[in-house]
Ligand binder design. Sequence first.
Ligand code: GLC
Ligand code: MG
Length: 246
Amino acid sequence: MLVSDIDNTLIGDKPSLVTLMSMLQRCGHEFGFAVATGRNLDSTLRVLRQWSVRVPDVLITSVGSEIHYGRELKPDVGWRNHIRYQWRRDALEQALAEVPGLSLQLPESQREFKLSYDVDPDAMPALRTLQAMLRAQRLSAKLIYSHESFLDVLPVRASKGQAVRYLAYKWGLPLGNFLVAGDSGNDEEMLLGDTLAVVVGNHSPELATLRGLERVYFANAAHAAGIMEGIAHYGFVCQGYSMEAG
Ligand code: GLC
Ligand code: MG
């Protein structure tokens, strides 16, 4: 299964996206297709339609805090129940209200299991300091910083990477059967671990620290061409498909 971030990874370059999508189509059921994104479900469907990408088999949205399946967009209720653990959204919002450098994003970016802020990186305290402040108030959350401009506050059990591991567990598939692709901080956790990972050439600076790690391939090519480069690197193709034949 290919699990790709959307913005600046799957989308950004139309010709290579078309090639990637036709490869997936030719592989049929042998090769599942999922997206994992910071966008909410509506905005995900909108951007995929704009870029003529078919509805994925799995949609991991709102930074991994929601999972839906297929054209019917069937929500994964098990996932909701799993990540609900220790999540106190209102208390977290209150605790973060006075923190300098953080301003709440628009209402459509706020979800039941995702609290998101725009960040002024010069004014915001270090993530470690924020985490300690929350702990002192007996609050648990996962803090995900990306693009030097966003902070997502999620339940401790939620993230794009946790969502992928949950799918592997649920389907009894080895993590090595998942190729994950991303470009920025909210992909970091998903890129680490036992999946096969590819970082596209146009990645943001915060991912530079992953260079040299096993199972994290840094593509030279950007966007979908970078994903294709990663697929070739790992030999992650379905039977009967040859990259050369395009
Ligand atoms: C998307 C979401 C936003 C989030 C960001 C980083 O832009 O709309 O809420 O903060 O991704 O994950
Ligand atoms: Mg991205």
